[in-house]
Design a protein around this ligand. Structure first.
Ligand code: BGP
Length: 498
């Protein structure tokens, strides 16, 4: 669909940026904060690049006023941050720590003072360590009520000040990384456990939304999902089907539960066949169906491309006793327990997209995929969308004049925001756009070298230095974009059309 002219952004569009507690705050053991699973995991040798961790991070805990002042200088309309559960309830289930609440209250007040809309994420991966050690973390249903209690403490304290709330950040990412790929806590590689924990998190998400509706009737709440559209590698119907499967497995598996209150059938049957489907009680189904999000947070970095996996191929299968499988495929040589560790293999195979360039860290750069994503999600779920993350991780160099000429980031953001505006013009309702991130911060596994911010932080993997804040060239670009509510982009678009 081509548009001669793009529709303007709504006048109250929430231009902003996002962060997460563990990635910026530091002060990991101050003012009564309990340890989180990330405080422990990041200290395990070889888990993070050069042993980087969030002990000090970019010291936002002590410098939040300076950071908010910079946001105000930039004219930011919204700021998405997360609350560290273990600051509020140090052991996750017991007494509330007033000092922790006070820190977030101060931050929120500072934002409001500068007319910046706070967007509060309840869970961005830093579970209180005590809950992991005592109950096995998200594998225990007890966590549903502990999470609800923690949320209610925040709802009651901030309901007059915070309108936008995010429940879980990228449930798809932290469950897979934590329970399947051993690269996040709890450092596990067991797909059955992953799906069980994931189900408990779905229940926690639903309970948190239900209690929000009671306690914060004027607020809006939804999860933030790491969404990537799936492309077929070719127009071969087998690849098209593989991409459908990939979409079901990678996206609908979570989004259908959030928005329709039930798991998508194709993936569910496949998991059942392999004995790794989650345990679901009838009351779970009732709960999942009853909790309705007000919006969907979408974090967009890139999508995926799929092709048919040979296992689906009837010709190969013809040589085997089991008609649905190919004897030549190594997958079939595995005993059932090993197959169950890769339940998607018969569904699709992920491949690189030959049309797309990649970032230094190998992430595909696909602005059009952003528009595809927004349209698909809206068409399927019919909820307003809040872009809660999008940005470029790059190596930024401080020049002799102490500036950062990050034109590549400006290009990246311009192209993505333009595609977002096209989606808006297509008819997708979008509440706001939070770039990832405001300041540079800790990249979970990649330390301080992979930078995303509008504001450079003068530190590296080894040395904290003075943690000086230096606005990059992209800071001034985004500032102008916000000031004109995207009009300069629209002009750029009209120019490109000529
Ligand atoms: C998202 C997370 C963010 C952030 C971002 C960039 O998945 O929600 O917390 O880290 O990805 O990821 P990375 O730091 O790995 O480049």
């Amino acid at each position: 669909m081509h548009h001669q002219q793009l529709e303007p952004f709504p006048k109250d569009f929430l231009w902003g940026a996002a962060s997460a507690a563990y990635q910026i705050e530091g002060a990991y053991a101050e003012d009564g904060k309990g340890p989180s699973i990330w405080d422990e995991f990041s200290k395990i040798p070889d888990k993070t690049v050069q042993g980087t961790n969030g002990d000090v991070a970019v010291d936002h805990y002590h410098r939040y006023k300076e950071d908010v002042q910079l946001m105000a200088d930039m004219g930011m309309k919204s700021y998405r941050f997360s609350v560290a559960w273990s600051r509020i309830i140090p052991d996750g289930e017991g007494k509330v720590n007033e000092a922790g609440l006070q820190f977030y209250e101060n931050l929120i007040d500072e934002l409001i003072h500068h007319s910046i809309e706070p967007v509060l994420t309840l869970y961005h991966w830093d579970l209180p360590l005590a809950l992991q050690e005592k109950y096995n973390g998200w594998e225990s249903r007890k966590l549903v009520s502990f999470f609800k209690k923690y949320c209610e403490v925040l709802y009651n304290r901030f309901k007059e000040k915070v309108k936008y709330w995010v429940t879980f950040n990228e449930q798809n990412v932290f469950t897979a990384m934590g329970y399947r790929w051993e690269s996040h806590p709890p450092n596990t590689s067991d797909v059955k456990r992953m799906f069980e924990a994931n189900h408990v998190i779905n229940l926690a998400n639903a309970e948190a939304i239900l209690s929000f509706k009671e306690l914060v009737p004027n607020g809006l709440i939804g999860p933030s999902f790491g969404y990537g559209p799936m492309y077929p590698l070719t127009a071969d119907p087998k690849d098209v089907l593989a991409a459908e499967n990939g979409d079901d497995f990678n996206n609908s598996w979570w989004l259908d539960v959030y928005c329709k209150g039930k798991y998508p059938v194709f993936t569910f049957k496949q998991l059942q066949k392999l004995g790794v489907a989650p345990t679901i009680f009838p009351e779970d189904e009732v709960l999942l169906k009853s909790a309705k999000s007000d919006f969907l947070g979408i974090n967009y970095y890139h999508g995926g491309t799929a092709r048919e996996n040979k296992i689906d191929n009837k010709e190969n299968a013809a040589h085997t006793e089991d008609k649905s499988f190919s004897a030549t495929d190594p997958y079939l040589m595995q005993p059932k327990e090993e197959q169950s560790q890769s339940p998607e293999i018969p569904m699709f195979q992920s491949v690189s997209n030959p049309y797309l360039q990649k970032t230094v860290w190998g992430w595909e750069i696909d602005p059009i995929g952003f528009r595809v994503a927004l349209r698909k999600v809206y068409a399927r779920y019919d909820l307003p969308i809040f872009i809660t993350e999008n940005g470029l991780g790059a190596i930024d160099e401080l020049t002799g004049e102490r500036t950062i000429e990050d034109d590549y980031r400006i290009d990246y953001l311009r192209e993505h925001i333009l595609e977002m505006q096209k989606a808006l013009t297509d008819g997708v309702p979008i509440i706001g756009y939070c770039a990832w991130s405001f300041t540079d911060l800790l990249s979970w596994l990649n330390g301080y070298k992979k930078r995303y911010g509008f504001v450079y932080i003068d530190r590296d993997n080894k040395q904290e230095k003075e943690l000086e804040r230096i606005p990059k060239k992209s800071f001034y670009w985004y500032k102008e974009l916000i000031q004109t509510n995207g009009r300069n982009l629209t002009e750029y678009y009209s120019e490109v059309q000529k």
